[in-house]
Design a binder for this molecule. Structure first.
Ligand SMILES: [Zn+2]
Length: 76
């Protein structure tokens, strides 16, 4: 039951999601929750790349492509 204090301490401690180093409080850090603008840019870029690579639902244009099986083919 003495963990409350350490919990509070953890809550006030922020670590940069990019480089894991300590981050200054928001009041004195424009790049919060990152340690620097540089780290923020790095993380943003990484997230952006991930968004492009992530296998998600097919693109709308893909759905409009007629299925070879069900499309009634006109005579060629
Ligand atoms: Zn950092």
């Amino acid at each position: 039951m003495t963990d409350l204090r350490s919990d509070l301490h953890l809550a006030s401690m922020t670590h940069c999601p990019s480089c894991k180093s300590e981050v200054k409080p928001r009041v004195e850090n424009a790049a919060f929750p990152f340690c620097t603008e540089r780290c923020r840019a790095v993380d943003l870029g990484r997230w952006f790349l991930g968004a492009y690579r992530v296998p998600g639902p097919p693109a709308p244009s893909d759905e409009q492509r007629p299925e070879p099986d069900e499309a009634d083919e006109p005579e060629r």
